[in-house]
Design a protein around this ligand. Sequence first.
Ligand code: BGC
Ligand code: BGC
Length: 602
Amino acid sequence: MKKYFAIVMIFMLTVTLNIAQSQKEKAVQKKVNDLISQMTLEEKIGQMTQVDYDAIKANIKDIGKYFIGSILCGGNSEPDDITPAGWANLYDKFQNVALKTRLRIPIIWGIDAVHGHNNVDGATIFPHNIGLGASRNPKLVEQVAAVTSAEMRGTGVQWDFAPCVAVSRNEKWGRSYESYSENPELVKILGAAFVKGMQGNDLSDKTSSLACVKHFLGDGGTTNGKDQGNTEVDEATLRKIHLPGYISAIKAGAKSIMPSYSSWNGVKMHGNKYLLTDVLKGELGFKGFLVSDWAAIDQLDKDYKTAIEKSINAGLDMAMIPNGQGQKNNYIEFITLLKELVNEGKVPVSRIDDAVRRILTVKFETGVFDNPLTEKSLTPLVGSKANREIARDAVRQSLVLLKNENNLLPLSKNLKRIHVTGKSADDIGNQCGGWTISWQGKSGNVISGGTTILQAIKNTVSNSTQVTTSKDGSGAEGADVCIVAVGELPYAEMIGDRQDLTLSKEDADAIQKAKSSGVPVVVLLLSGRAMIIEPELNKSNAFIACWLPGTEGQGVADVLFGDFKPVGKLPISWPKNMNQIPINIGDANYDPLFPYGFGLTY
Ligand code: BGC
Ligand code: BGC
């Protein structure tokens, strides 16, 4: 009887929720229709235009003049004051201009918060996606995204160009670390978890932000891992490997998607009507909108007008434009040319209306019409202790223990002397990698707050333990253990494409010196991908793949000293040598150095 009652209650609750949901949708549709019916063509095209902050900062009045619907800050564009308060002020300043336009349609502000709110000084920086992939923990990824969103909202920004659901099939690719895994199954789960965390229970909540799933489709499958390259596979393979992340993200409520710079069998994605319109909006029922990648339309044709025509007709709804007045293909040209195309009948008004309807619907859903300005109570919470604890947990869960000879790890906290060396042992910039304060990231003290691995080790050991240091691997003689932190220097996108992933001479030498000292050697590899490590692996007694952990180096010490047992599993297949790349789970003759899913524990 009780059981019956419960079932009836659940049923009624579901019905009520569905009714509420559809009433809410109807209310939004009504508002959108009201607005569209009042809009001029210029106002509509303005909504389809997203301008980079750097390109418009000298002419902020253009937001009102051209009815600009969206602003972004690219990897290198940011306010002079990059503190949370500085960002919030910038956001409010721009929003106030938009709110003075005839129809008072607020702007929506996009950013690449791809591992935390990473352009903000003092923000919490999480491991890059490859590390989260190693955790295999959707709950964790949901938390990471929720914290990122809350930190974003503390600066006004409510739209994140994330998650990247690329399935990276080739380590040479400079964006490998933005991919959770080479395995579509894992990407599918973690991408959806990110969307849930970012968008919260309700997209209009004051801590929720709009997710943008990218880069559609096949960005991680290009030949030779070339960034913005060509993915040469048949449709069945394209769908099997690269589509699952989108299907699950849309199910999880994703309302914006970014097409990829890359091509599928020679056709650039930004002009691929079949995939953008027929598959995404048709077959998959995607109700949100498509925003282009950075000046990506420009690549469709030498003639900008033709390029715009191709892309908008293929299904693109909003163009991301990094160029300002005086530059080629700037936002005013885009607006002028798109207007001409409509007036010439080359882009149908129905296409414009569809794009604007999609954009405005999502804008209403985000709540930005009701709460256009920064939620100032959230500003002081950027980089809070509680948020950093979640990042620290993410670090611990992301580390993959590849070797642990004679149970060298975990280390005792009471050793007499620990020698910590290698160029990345005391370097927050190297820990964070690309997309940190600047587009490419850089070594050194790039961001306030956080803990380097060296500091974390010092925080963890007993008072009687001496911690000595060097940068080049020297000086370990007589210590109980030598910890060497080496790896890649920060990079992003095409600049990170590599034909050679062997360790640098500096790193190999550091490990050699550590080994020659005769003390046990623990190598910490900080990298955005698998590297060629066999010689160094042989010289070390323990070896941990740390990926790009972000600001919370304490998570590394937690694992080194056994406060947390390693749980990370390789989200990729680890190649023996460059000739083995690409190597992926499911390949014929699969013989990697470490297979997909490998990971030791204590
Ligand atoms: C990248 C995108 C990013 C955009 C805006 C592009 O170069 O491919 O991932 O969202 O820039 O910064
Ligand atoms: C921007 C990035 C963008 C890249 C693309 C950089 O200057 O800051 O956001 O992704 O250019 O080329």
